[in-house]
Each structure stands twice: as structure tokens, then as C-alpha cells.
Design a protein around this ligand. Structure first.
Ligand code: CP
Ligand code: NVA
Length: 292
């Protein structure tokens, strides 16, 4: 008792290097069979989603399973019913409980309440499924992860940046984050450097990454954030400083804010390949959680 490993996936850091490498290897395979045949995966969303919902539903189908999409009004996580009781209920029907939540602690509560594995589909703290797709994309574009030079420009104190930084650090990529005062990543990680000048961050970069300046749930701070982050737009002048770099963005983009049309639609943008990789990495993550 208590020895069986429950393969939750709440953060990249908790996966460790081995778990991360295993999932990336599984993500590159299309011969994973149908480990979910006749089984369900619950997909609970407290926030909107295009990529995560669709890539997860298709990944579940590819593994032979049946996804059930659950909007926030339906389960009322913490309002209609406690997060514990929602998790215990979904565990009666599903092999995996996946959730996109406002508060990361709800994921921890759900994971603690049941032996059914819980998957983070984005919280205020982290977005591990995104980082898995990001690293897969980096490997495809540069031929490697260890030693690859990544620059992240913009809001460093968000879910996408934190998960990317944890993943880069575990696998030996070099990440430089450029953000204004007060918007840096609060965590200290091996291999992750923080600067304030975007030009310094992209020097020698092979990948330039950005995300929105106003994340879901931060609308009240929108005005302050847009003002503070305005000098951090990834535009053509910045991309001209790293002529071999590819551009990545987790999407959705707010064009004209964190990135210009010319960059996101330009020849060096790989955002659609990155979006497709969300499905492959979701399949790898699910297979790993099932014990592959
Ligand atoms: N990148 C991402 O998670 O997109 P969605 O919010 O559309 O799922
Ligand atoms: N940082 C963004 C990512 C969206 C996929 C947000 O949390 O809204």
C-alpha cells in the first residue's frame, strides 16, 4: 500500500529529468497502441481553450479512449462541490482527470483526494503540457535540446515561462529571460539567466519565445501590464538581432502587443508546428501517466 506510483503531472519540476525525457520520447512515437480502449479521460476547464481542449481530445482518441469535456458551470469546482469531491466523483469513471484551473492549489487538492492520476492543463502557476510541446519543437527545429539557446521576452512571471524554464533547466538548454522590473520569474533555476534588455536576451538565440502580457484571470491589471511590457514586443528589429532564430509562441497571441504580425506570420515563425506538437506531447503525457 502506498507504494504504487500515481503518475500525476502537475508541474515540469515534479517530473524530474527522467520523467521529462520519458514523456518526450513517447511523444515522438505513433505506435503507442490503445491503452485507453473502453476508458474515459475527464477534461475539466475553468478557463477557455482552443489548443489544449482539441489536442487533448484527439490524443485521448488516438490512444483508444473517450474524452469528456466538462465546462466549469457543470462541476462547479469548489462552488457546487468541493474540489476533493469532484475528483473522487470523476475517479469513479475515468482513468485520468485533467483540469485547467484558476488556482494551482485546486490541482494539488484533487491529486491528494484520489489515486487516479491528475493532469494540469494550465493553472496560474504552470502549463506543463505547453512546455512539453515547446521542447519537442525546439528539438525539431535545432536538432537538440541540451545546449540549445533560448530567449524568452516579455512576462517572465507567468505559467508558460515557468514551465519552459523548468524544462530547459532539467534538460540543459540555456534560457535567457528578458522582462521589465517586477515581471521576472521569481524562481532561481540552473541554466536560466534573467536580464532586462530584450536585445541582450536574443543575442545568439536559436529560439525567441513570447507569451501574452495579460494572462487569463489578469484582466484587472491589463492597463498596468500593457504599459510596463510595451518595450518588450517581439518585432522585426529584435528578430534582426538573431538572424538564425526561430520564433515560438504558445498562442493565443495578442497581435500588436507581445508580437508583431510580421514576426508571427513571417518565415521564421514555427507557431503552427508548435501548436500541432501539443497533440503529440499530450499523447506522450497521457501514455506516461498510464504507466508506459
Ligand atoms: N497554448 C494553449 O494552451 O492554448 P489554449 O489556451 O487555446 O488551450
Ligand atoms: N499565459 C497565458 C497562456 C495561455 C495558453 C494564460 O495563462 O492566459
Amino acid at each position: 500500500e502506498g507504494e504504487e506510483l500515481v503518475r500525476d503531472l502537475l508541474t515540469i519540476a515534479a517530473l524530474g529529468r527522467q520523467g521529462l525525457e520519458e514523456i518526450l520520447a513517447l511523444s515522438e512515437r505513433s505506435d503507442l497502441g490503445r491503452p485507453l480502449a473502453g476508458k474515459g479521460v475527464a477534461l475539466v476547464f475553468q478557463k477557455p481553450s482552443a489548443r489544449t481542449r482539441n489536442s487533448m481530445e484527439m490524443a485521448v482518441v488516438q490512444l483508444g479512449g473517450h474524452p469528456i469535456y466538462i465546462q466549469k458551470e457543470e462541476v462547479g469546482l469548489g462552488t457546487r462541490e468541493s474540489a476533493e469531491d469532484v475528483a473522487r466523483t470523476l475517479a469513479c469513471y475515468h482513468e485520468i482527470i485533467a483540469a485547467r484551473v484558476m488556482d494551482h492549489r485546486d490541482l494539488e487538492t484533487m491529486a491528494a483526494a484520489t489515486d487516479t492520476p491528475v493532469l494540469n492543463m494550465l493553472s496560474d502557476r504552470s502549463h506543463p503540457l505547453q512546455a512539453l510541446a515547446d521542447l519537442l519543437t525546439v528539438k525539431q527545429l535545432t536538432g537538440r535540446i541540451a545546449g540549445a539557446k533560448l530567449a524568452y521576452v516579455g512576462d517572465g512571471d507567468n505559467n508558460v515561462c515557468r514551465s519552459l524554464a523548468e524544462a530547459a533547466s532539467l534538460l540543459g538548454a540555456e534560457l535567457t529571460i528578458a522582462s521589465p522590473e517586477g515581471y521576472g520569474l521569481p524562481d532561481r533555476l540552473d541554466g536560466v539567466t534573467q536580464v532586462s534588455d530584450p536585445a541582450e536576451a536574443v543575442e545568439g538565440a536559436e529560439i525567441v519565445y513570447t507569451d501574452v502580457w495579460v494572462s487569463m484571470g489578469q484582466d484587472a491589471e491589463a492597463e498596468t501590464r500593457l504599459k510596463a511590457l510595451a518595450p518588450y514586443q517581439v518585432g522585426e528589429a529584435l528578430m534582426a538581432r538573431c538572424t538564425n532564430a526561430h520564433f515560438l509562441h504558445c498562442l493565443p497571441a495578442r497581435r500588436g502587443e507581445e508580437v508583431s504580425d510580421a514576426v508571427i506570420d513571417g518565415p521564421r515563425s514555427a507557431v503552427w508546428r508548435q501548436a500541432e506538437n501539443r497533440m503529440h506531447s499530450a499523447r506522450g503525457a497521457l501514455a506516461w501517466m498510464l504507466g508506459a
